[in-house]
Design a protein around this ligand. Sequence first.
Ligand SMILES: *Cc1c(COP(=O)(O)O)cnc(C)c1O
Length: 235
Amino acid sequence: MKDPAGALAAVRARVDAAARSAGRDPAEVALLAVSKTWPVADVVALAELGQREFAENKVQDLVAKAEELAHLDLRWHLVGQLQRNKATAVVGVGAVVQSVDRVSLVERLAGVAERAELVTEVFVQVDLGGPEGRTAARGGVAPEHAAELADEVAGHPSLRLRGLMAVAPREGAPGPAFERLAALAARVRSDHPGAAELSAGMSADLEAAVAAGATLVRVGTALFGDRALASGSGP
Ligand SMILES: *Cc1c(COP(=O)(O)O)cnc(C)c1O
């Protein structure tokens, strides 16, 4: 990273400006640094500037970085799809799972966390892709089943439902999709007051997400640079 302090300040300034123009308190919006494909040295550079929360989209990368940097006391989030047979590794490093999208995964995570005597924090991922985009490429439960899945999570004492997560559809303006997500999140929150968070917005669309009510934006490229230039494996 050429200028981690400058990149972090620039992204924070974008988030703060978006919050203010939506009439929101910028302190309500946290920044999650998506370090996928970037080396641990870049994570360390941001950690030294006070960034505490990082995300990966592959389990093996998340576990490797979490273990190597355990002394830094960072919080890791999984934002990519999770196979049931990898749940133990993710729970073991205390990661937040943002990609919970089916009942079988909820049951698996709950069982693993219970045996480890841990409480695993999760977000239910919603597929905003629309009928033709709903190919599960980006993961997520269909919007009409999101509330049900949230109820399922909330029924397990070894899981803590933090809220909903989504990626904007590939096509079209992200704003309307984020508004639909926010409406769904409000419904889930009315049943589960502790599930007050909304994880939405990436480098290209964080303003639209903050305007719709995001409390956690997941930013990779705008912090670390273009992933095509990363030395590690591809995105
Ligand atoms: C990669 C990724 C991000 C960050 O994307 P950028 O466009 O690089 O900011 C956010 N969320 C998820 C689920 C991702 O896979």
